[in-house]
Structure formats: structure tokens, C-alpha cells
Design a protein around this ligand. Structure first.
Ligand code: ATP
Ligand code: MG
Length: 269
């Protein structure tokens, strides 16, 4: 079975994260063949981006969500290297600024959506507004509960406008998060990545699982599917994400446009 079919959250069905093994590698091994497959995907993404830019009918939006230390940054570093920086933009969504907080929750998101021909990568996203906002009770239930429908309508609009939305939840276990935090605590080159809130959020782990289950179940749609990426093993996470991105672009039937003039009549002097 292709990784796309295996890892997609089926629209309209209830998802239970406990049934998704974060250690799963779908029979793949950490070996030379896997390394080669990733390198091939990365080269293919570069080609596909080039055609998408020339074609100019579509855009790609990649959403990355995960618990802390889930590997969003590493995924961008290892997989998105396939994209030409000209035409690819990464936005990291932090706690809303004073100005952003004065607007509806999708205002800052809509501004970062890719233009035709471009790729945008969201490091965190509008989903924070049904995750941290819900778990940490930043807004009342009436407010966050209405956001799932807003998100589906918004992503539907993007789909109708030629933006392919692909959403990845990088799924790590609580033990794996602890291992990664411990590594960061003892490695001087990684300590800067830690913030006291990260450890505090561990106390809310079960609340986050519940909030992720709701977001992924309610907002995985045909136009904007969610994928659960088993992410305890970084090499498999990279392979799965790169495979799915290649597939997402290949199914668009991208084409080079016809030249606007008769090339056979050009005589270069
Ligand atoms: P890193 O791997 O570098 O830690 P990060 O994505 O965790 O990356 P931080 O600056 O540590 O970046 O954290 C950003 C914080 O902003 C997160 O705690 C996240 O939950 C919070 N945040 C993002 N969007 C919202 C939002 N809409 N409302 C409230 N908090 C938000
Ligand atoms: Mg952080």
C-alpha cells in the first residue's frame, strides 16, 4: 500500500491516535535504499516545483503540526531542501501579536497562503487556534468549537482557488519527546531550543491528544487531507513526508504552458 493511502486520515471518520504507532515504518528500513529513495523524492520535488511555477494554475500549501520536539524544523530542513527558495516561503506562527489578535484567527493565515505557482510551508498554523487555544483555555469553548467549520470552509475556498493543501501531524510518543528534551538539555548546541513552557505543556499531553484527535477527524477533507506521520524515527518521517508531497504534486497533472509565439519561426542572428 502506498504511504499516501496508509497515512491519510479518512475524511468523516473518527481518529484515535492510540491506534497509530509512532514507531511504525511501514516495512521500510534505515538503509541505503531508503536514503536513495529520499534523495530521489527531493530531486523530483525540485522538478515538480519548476513545472508548477511555469504552469501557474496551482499552488501548494504544506501545514506542519506536532507536539513540542516533534520534528517540524527537522522536516523542513531535510525534506524541503528539494524546493527552490525562490517561490517557496516558510512561515512560523507564534502566539498572535497585538495586531494579529485584533483580527479574526484566519487573518494572519490568509496573508501567508501561497500565490499561484508558489509553495508555502506553515510551521504551526491556524490549527493552533483549536489546539493550544482549546487546551490552555485561551478562549471559551463556544469560540473554539465554531472554528472547525470556519477552517473547513476556508480550506475549501483555497482548494477552489487552486491551492493544494497537505497537512502533516508529526506523531511522536510521550517517551520519545522526553528523550528529545533530555538530549536538548544536555547538548549546548540544542539548549537554546528549549523554553520552560515546553515542559509545562507535557502536563497537558492528554488534552493535546484529544484536541488533535478532534482537529484531525473533523478537518481531514478530500481537498485538504490530514496525514498522521509516524515520527519517532526521523528517517522514516522524512521519507513519508517526501513521498506524500511528490504524490500531491504528481496528481495535479502539471504542464508546461505552450509558448506564446511560434518558436519555429524565430531566426537568431
Ligand atoms: P521551536 O521548535 O523553535 O520551539 P516552536 O514552533 O515551538 O518552535 P516557539 O516560539 O517555541 O516555536 O513557540 C511558539 C508558540 O506559539 C507555541 O507555544 C504555540 O503554541 C504558540 N502559538 C502559535 N499559534 C498560536 C495561537 N494562535 N494562539 C496561541 N498560541 C499560539
Ligand atoms: Mg517551542
Amino acid at each position: 500500500m502506498k504511504l499516501w493511502e496508509k497515512l491519510v486520515v479518512p475524511p468523516g471518520r473518527r481518529l484515535h491516535l492510540a491506534e497509530w504507532d509512532p514507531d511504525d515504518t511501514s516495512g521500510h528500513k534505515k538503509d541505503a535504499a531508503t536514503e536513495q529513495a529520499l534523495a530521489q523524492d527531493i530531486a523530483r520535488l525540485d522538478e515538480l516545483q519548476y513545472v508548477m511555477f511555469a504552469d501557474h494554475r496551482h499552488a501548494l500549501l504544506v501545514v506542519l503540526q506536532a507536539m513540542d520536539a516533534g520534528g517540524k524544523d527537522g522536516t523542513i530542513r531535510h525534506v524541503m531542501t528539494g524546493f527552490n527558495p525562490q517561490g517557496c516561503h516558510v512561515t512560523a506562527f507564534k502566539r498572535p501579536s497585538a495586531e494579529e489578535a485584533e483580527h479574526d484567527f484566519l487573518w494572519r493565515i490568509h496573508r501567508a497562503v501561497p500565490a499561484r505557482g508558489d509553495i508555502a510551508i506553515f510551521n504551526r498554523s491556524h490549527y493552533e487556534d483549536v489546539l493550544v487555544a482549546r487546551v490552555r483555555k485561551l478562549v471559551p469553548k463556544e469560540v473554539w468549537a465554531g472554528r472547525y467549520d470556519h477552517i473547513n470552509r476556508f480550506e475549501g475556498l483555497l482548494g477552489d482557488s487552486g491551492v493544494t493543501v497537505v497537512k502533516f501531524f508529526l506523531h511522536i510518543s510521550k517517551d520519545e519527546q522526553k528523550r528529545r528534551f533530555e538530549e536538548r538539555l544536555t547538548d549546548r548546541t540544542k539548549q537554546w531550543k528549549l523554553a520552560p513552557e515546553d515542559f509545562e505543556d507535557r502536563k497537558y499531553w492528554d488534552g493535546y491528544v484529544e484536541a488533535y484527535e478532534d482537529a484531525l477527524s473533523r478537518c481531514s477533507t478530500d481537498v485538504a487531507p490530514w496525514f498522521v506521520i509516524p515520527a519517532n524515527k526521523k528517517w522514516f518521517r522524512n521519507l513519508a513526508v517526501s513521498h506524500i508531497l511528490v504524490h500531491a504534486l504528481e496528481r495535479l497533472d502539471l504542464k508546461f504552458p505552450k509558448p506564446s509565439f511560434d518558436v519555429s519561426r524565430v531566426k537568431l542572428t
